[in-house]
Design a protein around this ligand. Structure first.
Ligand SMILES: [Zn+2]
Length: 284
């Protein structure tokens, strides 16, 4: 079926009490894994590409191929540029064919993030492109969560309301104790804050850094308004673990196609598992 829009996918998730998984592809091996998981689970999904992985490809050609593969699957699949850090990157992504983008100004001071995000929204709306933005800082450094660090890093509910109203973004990524990569220690999400953000704004809410969050915490976050969850690290780790195990097991020379197909299968199992936890299985 044709590409589904980011906004429609998130709206359906929000209205039906589940979250859609947004799975990053950095290379072609991940693409069939995610698409076949979605088809088998009858689940909507979002594919994402982070600009840090752009250099692996001739981007317009790569996106054309990704879209052609997406169109062969009969469940709703959207495509999003993940973490565009500058206007130039966003424009490069739009030019190459992304129908939705995430602009990440989260490391900027509030006023600057708001101003730049609003500019990106104006730029994108005229081209019918959806915009996700982020407010607050993900705890990627693994800082100890004291009242001071929480105050500094986490999304402020009042500012979230102001940010959404002033910028007109289609979705808001929040910082509530989540982090990219694997967590250093047990993730501890601030659900009371998430509830207050939900009370203050109707924008669809997004959780980045989904790798390592428990099933119970995912379900609670979804019940409090999270309708998109980003996953990358766990897929990458599952693929790498298979390659490591298989390489150790095989006699030389190692059979490369076996490594690729096994890695693909490992990624697919992670994706299917997440779709069941997020409640998106059977929703297509
Ligand atoms: Zn992210």
């Amino acid at each position: 079926m044709p590409l589904e829009s980011y906004a429609t996918i998130l709206k359906h998730a929000g209205q039906n009490g589940y979250a859609v998984g947004a799975f990053n592809i950095f290379a072609l091996e991940f693409l069939p894994a995610i698409l076949s998981a979605a088809a088998e689970e009858r689940s909507p999904a979002l594919l994402q590409i982070n600009p840090v992985h752009f250099h692996h490809h001739d981007l317009p050609n790569y996106l054309a191929y990704v879209k052609a593969q997406m169109a062969r699957v009969d469940v709703p699949i959207g495509l999003n540029l993940d973490h565009g850090l500058s206007k130039e990157t966003i424009l490069q992504g739009i030019e190459a064919g992304f129908p939705s983008v995430m602009f990440d100004g989260s490391r900027l001071p509030f006023a600057q993030n708001l101003k730049k995000t609003a500019g990106i929204v104006v730029l994108c709306k005229s081209r019918n492109i959806t915009v996700e933005a982020e407010l607050g800082h993900l705890n990627d450094e693994g800082l100890e969560l004291t009242p001071e660090t929480q105050q500094r890093l986490f999304t402020d509910p009042d500012k979230a309301a102001e940010f959404v109203a002033e910028t007109g973004v289609d979705a808001l990524a929040v910082a509530i104790g989540n982090a990219h990569g694997f967590y250093k220690g047990e993730p501890k999400l601030d659900f009371e804050r998430l509830q207050r953000i939900r009370d203050k704004t109707q924008a669809p809410l997004v959780l980045h850094g989904g790798s390592g969050i428990s099933q119970a915490d995912f379900k609670k976050a979804i019940s409090l308004g999270i309708c998109k969850i980003n996953i990358y690290t766990e897929m990458s780790a599952a693929a790498a673990a298979f390659v490591k195990q298989e390489t150790a097991k095989q006699q030389a020379p190692v059979d490369y196609p076996t490594l690729l197909s096994g890695a693909r299968e490992a990624v697919k199992q992670v994706v299917k598992h997440k779709m069941r936890i997020f409640g998106s299985s059977g929703k297509a």
